[in-house]
Design a protein around this ligand. Structure first.
Ligand SMILES: CC(C)(COP(=O)(O)OP(=O)(O)OC[C@H]1O[C@@H](n2cnc3c(N)ncnc32)[C@H](O)[C@@H]1OP(=O)(O)O)[C@@H](O)C(=O)NCCC(=O)NCCS
Length: 161
């Protein structure tokens, strides 16, 4: 598997994946609206196939993982992509890596917590506000769980960690 920075040739695909995974071309995190296809990121490929992508946004000492998308799950794609972002964030002097997921996304909650992230905020009912902007966000999510809450996770990138 190869991981390389996203290029302009990948942007259309990033847009398509965002639409599929997040119910729209943009992603809302807290008060921010992101266009993942305009963000920096990395793409994972296996031979000629694109198998995953991650986008991130660095603001001062914080680096947000905006989207992380493994096309084939549980094969190490997500781990490789997240490691690449962490490396980039550390090199850019970031002290905090953070992301948002939803209450139904148990795979993501497991994935991030097993990789050093802790739950730092829970916005109960947060998805109601998101749906005003993105009516296509499904009401029922992974494992048939109602999609209601936003869960923020973070990892300290202090040199000692
Ligand atoms: C959450 C997500 C990004 C994780 O990516 P992934 O590629 O499935 O993750 P990995 O394969 O790297 O790791 C997952 C598990 O597979 C295991 N694994 C890794 N490589 C493996 C391999 N070669 N063979 C078998 N298992 C393997 C890991 O041990 C890990 O298990 P653990 O969490 O118990 O430690 C992915 O499930 C996904 O894209 N979900 C949909 C989008 C999403 O929810 N994104 C996050 C919010 S933006």
């Amino acid at each position: 598997m190869r991981v390389a920075p996203l290029t302009d040739d990948d942007r259309k695909w990033v847009k398509e994946r965002t639409e599929l995974l997040f119910g729209g071309e943009f992603v809302v995190s807290g008060t921010e609206v992101h266009d993942p296809d305009k963000l920096p990121g990395f793409i994972a490929t296996e031979g000629p196939e694109r198998v995953g992508l991650v986008t991130y946004d660095i603001r001062g000492e914080d680096c947000e993982v905006v989207t992380l998308d493994a096309l084939c799950q549980f094969m190490g794609v997500g781990t490789m992509l997240l490691e690449k972002v962490e490396e980039t964030a550390r090199r850019s002097g970031c002290t905090r890596l953070w992301t948002i997921t939803t209450n139904d996304n148990l795979d993501a909650q497991r994935f991030f917590q097993k990789r050093g992230f802790v739950i730092s905020k829970v916005r109960l009912g947060g998805m109601t506000k998101i749906r005003l902007l993105k009516p296509n966000v499904p009401r029922i999510g992974y494992y048939g769980i109602p999609v209601r809450d936003e869960i923020e996770l973070e990892k300290s990138l202090s040199p000692a960690d």
